[in-house]
Ligand binder design. Structure first.
Ligand code: PGA
Length: 253
């Protein structure tokens, strides 16, 4: 039985005060949760504050990126041990914005997965094709390449999360249809089965990301292989998060 995940990726949004307000307001208004795991990934500067303010609540905290290095002279970089020491449990890796604006390759992402696992942080590995790749029927090929290279020599065990985020759906309002997303999620699950085993393939949550919001999350979550959302824009407001959490709780998992 896989839970539903409602994971917020704040990207480069909010200040310290906004973070505090959000943490307090969401914690106060949280319904009791049976089926849903909530994760908030604020900017790294506010990860600790979020972790402290949500310590005894159902809210889990993650970072948005990690350095490949363990420590030392790497100005501005943030290590996995630092993230771990804040109380955060998760870390996004390989987001398409990191791949695009910071030249992150599958090889770098692979190294980041190793440092996260070594520090007992749960990676949220992002993969996804561009609009052009989809138009040229390359989606499956791209997904399999990102999985094979990103997970090279990684001894996958739970907890570990994969997020399928088609680049053309991120921040555009163009969500993939539930059927389109489900097709890729099934491909990922089958790949996990072939390259790891049945148990891994059935237990690893696969989240969908790309313009997820309260009005479309239900149909996405109803798909058998979609286990939640990695949510950007719609994760910035407490009310919209709360609505998505409520919807998730009503869905059978
Ligand atoms: P979006 O972003 O929900 O704003 O499309 C999702 C993401 O990039 O993780």
């Amino acid at each position: 039985m896989r839970k539903n995940y409602i994971a917020g990726n704040w990207k480069m949004n909010k200040t310290l005060v906004d973070t505090q307000d959000f943490a307090i307001n969401l914690s106060n208004k949280l319904p009791e949760l049976k089926n849903t795991e909530i994760i908030i990934c604020p900017p790294s500067l506010f990860v600790y504050e979020m972790a402290i303010l949500t310590k005894d609540t159902a809210i889990n905290v993650g970072a948005q990126d990690v350095s490949v290095h363990e420590k030392g002279a790497f100005t501005s970089e943030i290590s996995a041990a630092m993230i771990k020491s804040t109380g955060a449990k998760y870390c996004i890796v390989g987001h398409s914005e990191r791949r695009k604006y910071h030249n992150e390759t599958d090889e770098i992402i692979n190294q980041k997965l190793f440092v996260l696992l070594k520090n007992e942080l749960t990676p949220i590995l992002c993969i996804g094709e561009s609009a052009e790749e989809r138009e040229n029927n390359l989606t499956d090929k791209v997904i399999i390449k990102q999985l094979s290279k990103g997970l090279k020599n990684v001894e996958l065990s739970v907890p570990f999360i994969i997020a399928y985020e088609p680049i053309w759906a991120i921040g555009t309002g163009n969500t993939a249809t539930p059927e389109m997303a489900e097709e890729v999620h099934l491909l990922i699950r089958n790949w996990l089965k072939e390259n790891y085993n049945e148990k891994i393939s059935q237990t690893i949550p696969i989240l969908y990301g790309g313009s997820v919001k309260p009005s479309n999350i239900e149909e996405l979550l109803k798909q058998p292989n979609i286990d939640g959302g990695l949510i950007g824009g719609a994760s910035l407001e407490v009310d919209s998060m709360r609505e998505m959490i409520k919807i998730s709780e009503n869905i059978e998992v």
